[in-house]
Design a protein around this ligand. Sequence first.
Ligand code: ADP
Ligand code: ZN
Length: 208
Amino acid sequence: MKLILLGAPGAGKGTQATLIKEAYAIPHISTGDIFRANIKGGTELGRLAKNYIDKGELVPDSVVIDIVKDRLMEADCANGFILDGFPRTVAQADALATFTDIDAVINLVVDSDVIIRRIAGRRMCACGETYNTATLKGSEICAKCGGKLYQREDDREETVKNRLAVYEKETAPLIAYYRDKKLLIDIDCNGRTISETDKNINKALSKV
Ligand code: ADP
Ligand code: ZN
């Protein structure tokens, strides 16, 4: 199963990708996670990416395309993968089509007021868990590992506004792009819990 997850920042791509990855035993490839790991590790790629990410801008296409191309050549991608955060521009989608085919594109549909609320409340743990202040009830500690929660630097309000504008301009056109190719599956996430959305995705994927 070769999948792409589309959706605005904060739509829940990372959360749903983790569930799909477990159900289908395929790797979850998140370009955002790759960049964050490189920033943390102090690599040259990390230093380059940070300049863009902190402003809510996109990392240049040429950089991202090479990273994904290399990653998809690794052995664990032979039976499928789930791409989260890539492609994010039409140029990235065109490049992707030259090195792999895709079985389905899942588009997570969420209203913009919900998105803004979710990102503002998003809290992370170094172990990889994600939380929201709406359910944390004031706790600042990870329930899984006891680590101290923090806010992603690019989740701050000024940066979020720019990320949403960049999404509308650069990434939203991919909805029509993949609809034209008959690959798009819209999943309405409004008013749905994480597990309801997971069920809806699985139902849709069982027909692919
Ligand atoms: P979100 O989906 O919540 O915006 P991500 O973790 O996917 O967050 O991405 C964080 C940032 O990493 C983006 O705002 C962007 O700067 C950079 N990034 C991630 N994926 C790509 C990509 N495919 N192309 C360009 N930049 C990217
Ligand atoms: Zn943790």
